[in-house]
Design a protein. Structure first.
Length: 181
């Protein structure tokens, strides 16, 4: 039975996710089911407190939550951009060109396997385009970002969640509403 007024803001990733009683890795609780709708209530560093439809709440790695698409902007509203995906696309193109050039040299016999590995060492790219949606790997920050043409947001990250005290770039507590932080 859903809590009255429950409006999901996110869903759990397709593989499910662990959850904790508090933003503390030492206090695990029941894992959340894949694609479970949740409402993000609060953020502390990388942690997010979510509310499930049945009223149960838990802490999760908020960076892995998948945002539920919001209604499109009304025609008279200005389009707002939180970030621009174009620099990520440029970096992906540059790295792909470097990889392709090294591969061409390897195929032509101008490089041996070790030289090929040296030239391609550190190259990491990832791009998935599906219509107007794009997922880009941001190697500089070790994260996948998602763009729908209007906004860019973190989809997943390589790092484990950190407490707010470990990450001075985040506010200690950030309350999130359906209208934003």
């Amino acid at each position: 039975m859903a809590t009255p007024g429950f409006l999901p803001t996110h869903v759990v990733p397709a593989h499910g996710m662990p959850s904790w009683e508090a933003p503390d890795p030492a206090r695990p609780t029941v894992p959340l089911d894949a694609l479970l709708p949740v409402q993000l209530l609060e953020r502390r560093g990388d942690w997010g407190r979510v509310l499930c439809a049945n009223g149960w709440s838990a802490w999760v790695d908020g960076r892995h939550l998948v945002a539920v698409p919001q209604d499109p902007p009304t025609p008279d509203a200005a389009l707002a951009r939180t970030a621009d995906p174009r620099p990520h696309l440029v970096r992906a193109e540059q790295h792909l060109a470097r990889y392709r050039a090294a591969l061409e040299d390897l195929a032509a016999g101008a490089l041996d396997g070790e030289s090929f590995r040296d030239r391609t060492h550190g190259l990491r790219i990832g791009v998935v385009v599906e219509g107007e949606h794009v997922w880009l790997y941001d190697a500089e920050h070790g994260r996948w970002v998602y763009a729908d043409g209007l906004r860019l947001s973190t989809f997943a990250t390589d790092e484990a969640p950190r407490a707010a005290a470990e990450d001075p770039g985040h506010a200690a507590t950030q309350v999130v509403t359906p209208d934003g932080p």
